[in-house]
Ligand binder design. Structure first.
Ligand code: FE2
Length: 165
């Protein structure tokens, strides 16, 4: 067992998040392009910009800790994004697809929230105040993105309901 301390677990999980964020930066442009609702499209586009900042924040954390966060693949996010991509292929464009996109995007946010919540706590316990503060910033962004999607879903789902069978 090579991960035998909380600090090593922190690094291991940060590597996972680093991979997850990179995967998201690659997937989001395609998802944003497929969204029909302008509010949803712009929310996804602004979250892409935010995600690029989150990658930079992880780079900074790697520098602070003196560790490279590269070299791991987050299999969980890979699966979540693969399912998200299937929405674009299988669901008819327009309101129904938008509803599916929101559902997929919220799965991404919740996965990230779980990950960032855990590492923020580890960093806090380990006395790494600067690292914990940076992770907290990202956690708040993910929560805000999730809440924004919940709000947009209200109108998108209502529109999806009105699509004739
Ligand atoms: Fe993120």
């Amino acid at each position: 067992m090579s991960v035998d301390t909380l600090e090593k677990l922190l690094i291991d999980e940060l590597k996972d998040l680093y991979s997850a964020e990179h995967q998201i930066t690659k997937a989001l442009p395609k998802i944003a392009k497929a969204a029909a609702n302008p509010e949803l499209k712009s929310a996804l586009e602004s979250h892409l910009a935010e995600t690029l900042g989150q990658v930079q924040r992880l780079d900074k954390i790697g520098e602070i800790l003196g560790k490279s966060l590269k070299g791991k693949t987050c299999e969980g996010m890979k699966g979540v994004l693969t399912e998200g991509a299937s929405v674009l292929e299988e669901v008819a464009s327009g309101n129904i697809r938008d509803a599916g996109i929101i559902s997929a995007a919220q799965r991404v946010e919740h996965y990230e929230m779980a990950g960032y919540g855990a590492v923020r706590e580890y960093a806090g316990l380990l006395g790494m105040k600067q690292v914990a503060a940076l992770l907290d910033e990202t956690l708040h962004e993910e929560k805000a993105a999730d809440q924004k999607l919940t709000k947009i879903a209200k109108s998108v789902n209502a529109d999806a309901m009105s699509v004739a069978v």
